[in-house]
Design a protein around this ligand. Structure first.
Ligand code: PMP
Length: 431
């Protein structure tokens, strides 16, 4: 029943269960003690919060008894920094004056406003599909759509690194599912070959960019498999919508495969600094989704102020292409610096940079020491990644400055040497 201090909470829960402890009250007490110990030692990065909302540099509070610390933030998905754009904030205030705060009910029960319809229209024109359905969050877009779409005799095949919302949706559908090896075309091809004749339809579910590894999916090649096998493709563009493709239309748009992808989904909480999600697809699927996706049918619409924020962000992305360019430039700059210093960035490419630290004790101390130097990111471990893995993730924003990147890289380098993170074969080259 003893746990290492670095054991992730859910990993510890599994350990307790494997030791025969199944009573949830006992488990909760063990987890509570474990959690309290981690907090006491300053090893728990997931409980920190900002003093006045997210920004690339702001005051961060660890606990109510410790003064706030000014930090550079690397854990927020506001890729374009539009949450702090004054023009958009003004539009949101104006929309709240005009439309009020919440919507009070779901779309099918009268919760939609003209503003929501404008968002759907704008997204439809941008993404280039026949229809768009707006959901209250990205999470519930995936949960609802994937619970609704597979038919009785269908199979879902999803990438093994898929986000929890995709997996929850597939499980909720109650239909058959299997996974394929992350970004592995050969494995997907083999599985399509094996199962094609056994099922009426196969849904292949992938993300355009994976949030924990920062790698892009081989989407073009996946769509090309349609020449060999019959299947439908569902792509979650959470980490590409707004900053890939024309006017931020997404990675499918950038690759010219919008037509071949059957369902394009994205969240509106990241590049478009709001809340909400959408699915863009053929018009024929809309009534099916409206009435079979419970998260659409039975969930209140996103508030009008958030709908106004989405419209404001999309307009800004269209009018100010420099914004997207700054994000990609920051990504190139930070990557080059880290790679030059010998950091292993895995196969990441998108504006998400994972720094891999397998040893959990090192990972937690490393992150705490980064925080002490005014750099805030969260440690990533099980169940977000495999039990054997750990990493610190840096999410870039167009608003990060070169000085903030330099300061962060410098701190990473010094701590990597201190904690012996580098592969010894590489490190001496830079001595
Ligand atoms: N899909 C992916 C790939 C995500 O990374 C996330 C959020 N991290 C979501 C869906 C859910 O989006 P939201 O948090 O806006 O509901």
């Amino acid at each position: 029943m003893k746990s290492e201090i670095s054991t992730p909470l859910i990993g510890y829960m599994k350990q307790l269960e494997s030791e025969g402890i199944t009573d949830i009250e006992t488990i909760a007490e063990h987890l509570y003690d474990h959690h309290t110990r981690q907090i006491g030692l300053g090893l728990y990065s997931n409980g920190r919060y900002t003093q006045s909302g997210s920004d690339v540099q702001t005051n961060v509070i660890s606990d109510a008894n410790t003064p706030a610390k000014e930090c550079i933030l690397w854990c927020i998905n506001h890729y374009l920094g539009l949450n702090r754009n004054q023009k958009i904030i003004d539009k949101v205030c104006q929309a709240v004056q005009e439309y009020g705060t919440g919507c009070g009910t779901s779309a099918l029960s009268g919760g939609m406003s003209k503003l929501h319809k404008q968002v759907e229209q704008k997204l439809k024109d941008l993404v280039g599909k026949e229809s768009v359905l707006l959901f209250p969050t990205g999470y519930t877009t995936n949960m609802g759509c994937l619970a609704a779409l597979p038919g009785k005799n269908d199979l879902v095949i999803f990438d093994r690194e898929s986000h929890a919302s995709l997996i929850d949706g597939v499980k909720l559908s109650g239909k058959k599912w299997i996974s394929f090896k992350h970004n592995d075309l050969e494995d997907l091809d083999k599985k399509l070959e094996k199962y094609n004749k056994k099922y009426e339809n196969i849904f292949v579910v992938v993300e355009s960019a994976y949030s924990m590894s920062g790698d892009l999916a081989p989407l073009k090649e996946i769509t090309e498999l349609k020449q060999k096998h019959k299947f439908l493709i569902y792509v979650d563009e959470a980490h590409t919508f707004g900053f890939y493709g024309k006017n931020g239309a997404g990675y499918c748009n950038e690759l010219g495969i919008t037509e071949q992808v059957d369902f394009i989904v994205a969240t509106l909480s990241k590049a478009t600094a709001s809340i909400g999600g959408f699915v863009a697809t053929k018009a024929k699927y809309i009534p099916l989704l409206q009435w079979r996706a419970n998260t659409y049918t039975f969930q209140a619409c996103l508030p009008p102020g958030d709908a106004a924020a989405v419209l404001g962000c999309l307009e800004e992305i269209e009018n100010n292409p420099q914004l997207v360019e700054s994000l990609h430039e920051n990504n190139r700059y930070m990557r080059e610096k880290l790679t030059h210093l010998g950091f292993d960035l895995g196969s990441s490419q998108s504006p998400i940079i994972p720094v891999f630290i397998e040893d959990k004790d090192k990972l937690l101390s490393f992150n705490r020491e980064l925080f002490e130097r005014g750099i805030f990111s969260v440690s990533i471990f099980y169940p977000v990644v495999k039990l054997s893995e750990g990493r610190i993730r840096f999410i870039l924003s167009a608003s990060h400055t070169k000085e903030q990147i330099d300061k962060t890289v410098d701190a990473l380098y010094q701590l990597a040497i201190k904690h012996e993170i580098f592969d010894s074969a590489i490190y001496p080259v830079w001595q």
